[in-house]
Design a protein. Sequence first.
Length: 318
Amino acid sequence: MKLDIGIHHLRCFMTLAEEQHFTWAADRLGLSQPTLSRHIRRLEEAVGRPLLDRSTRHPRLTPEGRRLQDELRLLLPRLEAALCSPTSEAPFRLGYAWGLPVQLTRRAIKIIEQRHQLLIQPVRVDSRTAGLRDGSADAALLWGTVDDPRLKTVEILREQRVAAVSRRSTLAVKTSVTWNDLGRRCLVVNTASGTLSPGDWPRSATPEIGAETTNIDEYLHAVAARRGVGVLPASVAAQHPDPDILYLPLTEATPAVLHYAYPRSSAHPHAEILGRTLLRERAELAPRPPAEHLEMHRTTSAGNPTEASSNCFTSTAV
């Protein structure tokens, strides 16, 4: 039998296998439900066996469907990469919201661009997934956990947090502050892409919300205006010096975690490759002193973020 099957049939199958719902899968693919059903039927005809058990409310994979899914997890990204023109003018869009660990990101981007002749364009998108959900980014570096089963995520690094306080604040006389110190203050919250809320403090020291913001610029303005204190990953603070803000060492705080994320289905052919490169370059940088420095108090002292990373690329849904 001649197999008249295209990549779009395979993408439809993989998306439906993940969603286990025709309406949701069709919505992700931008297709009508009847069109999606026809593509799946055509693939089943080519395979010669049912791929879905349609006797239940939500379609389930048959044994043959699970086998095909396992095979396509490896083969489909490689096929898409092979068919992607290396001279394509469309850049790979790497989304971020709060900020990037500059040295690590630039090293990884340089390697990918040289080896794969691909332009990688960092784009700031002030949303929880930095553009992944609306398609304005192909992959993203996200601080905090990523609660979206449609995305593959991998932990890239962990680093210390710092407190951001106004130079006019009474905290400005301190050389460091504790987590509970901030709990007795008003807190500036980023409602679009931030990772902290008053609920992250113990009940005995829960801050009130002093200001709500939607991006890093609004966030720092609110801190400088004494509407509340802020908490940032050290590398993010290092990229945003402000004459009206002090960044103080923060003790008793959990580390800030940076994840790399990309879509589980129809991902950019180089999405996983960039993730592996970020991890490999992070391992290379780990033994060396961080290159990014941070004014921690009114006397200029270097802040060295403590970062640790996984040593393997294991995609997990969180």
